[in-house]
Design a protein around this ligand. Structure first.
Ligand code: UDP
Length: 252
């Protein structure tokens, strides 16, 4: 596919914009080639530092978008040209719009009971002609896997959005996408909650300033411990940069 990429703390991030993802998805669906999209944010990178399975899934993903101000900042520090973040909550809209245009269907899997169904209604209300092949809350438990795969397969969905949170959603897709019959699989974190209105996205001015994390901390303060991944990420990137420049000096 020849996508430009950059390594952020050992994790591959593709230097692309939303339109590139749409183009790749169109092509992959046309050729029925299973394609996993991961939206790499700072938390993903930090989890992958000590979770080998997640690291392997991220490395094997066909498309790894830069999701979040932290990853965009770190990628640019390494000289990558990245215009802006390309995140799951935006991609779910643009992929659904494209799906409607090309008569492809989507399946929404995950989140709390009823949330995927309301998220689907919201998408369908906004996107005339969108085919939702199915929705299911389910869980990432291994015991449910075969039944969920059957559900997706029988639905005939082309695109599968999975909201089980990282890393479980991405591991789930890596294990099951080919046998689910869906062509494209993308982990979408809390996006169904935003669509269904059970959680609110940061105001645009905050998103534009890379302050989604602050909004999330205000809305969901109980996540503070998980969010410590962000300062740890910044610290690691700065330390990594210093180590590289010192190694560079040694060579001169
Ligand atoms: N979730 C789920 N099953 C689980 C764990 C999480 O359906 O076993 C859902 C949760 O309800 C939420 C989504 O996964 O809708 C994303 O969770 P989180 O906010 O932790 O993910 P993030 O957006 O931080 O990646």
């Amino acid at each position: 596919m020849g996508l430009d990429s950059v390594q952020v703390l050992g994790i591959t991030v593709h230097c692309l914009v939303e339109d590139d993802v749409l183009r790749i998805v169109l092509d992959r669906i046309k050729h029925r080639e299973p394609t996993q999209i991961v939206t790499v944010n700072a938390e993903f990178v930090m989890i992958a530092q000590h979770d080998d399975r997640f690291r392997r899934v991220l490395a094997a993903a066909d498309v790894a978008t830069p999701d979040g101000a932290g990853v965009v900042w770190a990628a640019r520090r390494k000289g990558a040209t990245i215009q802006r973040r390309v995140g799951g909550s935006d991609l779910i809209w643009s992929l659904s719009r494209q799906a409607a245009q090309y008569s492809q269907s989507v399946f929404l899997l995950g989140a709390a009971e009823g949330v995927a169904a309301s998220a689907a209604l919201r998408l369908q209300a906004a996107i005339p002609g969108l085919t939702v092949a199915g929705t299911h809350a389910g869980s990432p438990a291994r015991s449910e896997e075969d039944a969920i795969v059957d559900l997706v397969r029988t639905s005939g969905a082309d695109i599968l959005f999975v909201a089980f949170g990282a890393p479980r959603q991405d591991l789930w897709i890596a294990r099951n996408l080919p046998r689910s019959g869906a062509v494209v699989g993308m982990g979408v974190g809390g996006s169904f909650d935003y669509l269904a209105g059970t959680a609110r996205r940061a105001p645009v001015w905050m998103q534009e300033r890379g302050l989604d994390w602050l909004w999330r901390l205000i809305q969901q303060p109980w996540r503070w411990r998980r969010m410590l991944a962000l300062p740890r990420f910044v610290w690691n990137v700065l330390r990594d940069g210093r180590a590289n420049s010192e190694a560079g000096k040694g060579l001169i």
